[in-house]
Write a protein that binds this ligand. Structure first.
Ligand SMILES: [Zn+2]
Length: 121
């Protein structure tokens, strides 16, 4: 719960990004605490995120139209990472991203390994 509060600024950003992406449906889970929002599309993405099927910002999981099997499980692991390292998680992620790129960074590696979903570029 404390981590949920510390991550609140990111969660607000996640909700705004969800709105911008077009909300089709929304629900809340408690394990972990997360808003799960189905969105119309990620029309605004650029760079390495192009082609993203889903994303996590704070305790908000955004699911796009090209969602595949186990993508939700993958994103909920990112929510767990936010819970483990509240407030600084996006910074840690960004540092890993700079060092190892997207697929090999340890946060993505954990999420793909535990969820069992597949990266398709
Ligand atoms: Zn991921």
């Amino acid at each position: 719960m404390l981590s949920f509060i510390l991550n609140f600024p990111y969660t607000v950003i996640g909700l705004v990004v969800g709105l911008v992406s077009g909300v089709k449906g929304m629900r809340f889970t408690k394990d972990p605490y997360a808003f799960i929002i189905n969105v119309k599309n990620f029309w605004w993405v650029f760079g390495y995120m192009k082609g993203a099927r889903a994303m996590t910002i704070g305790h908000v999981v955004l699911l796009g139209p090209k969602l595949e099997d186990k993508d939700l499980e993958h994103e909920l692991i990112h929510v767990e990472q936010y819970q483990r390292m509240p407030l600084i998680q996006p910074v840690l992620y960004y540092i890993e991203q700079m060092r190892r790129g997207y697929r090999n960074n340890k946060y993505e590696d954990e999420a793909y390994r535990r969820a069992g979903n597949v990266y398709k570029g």
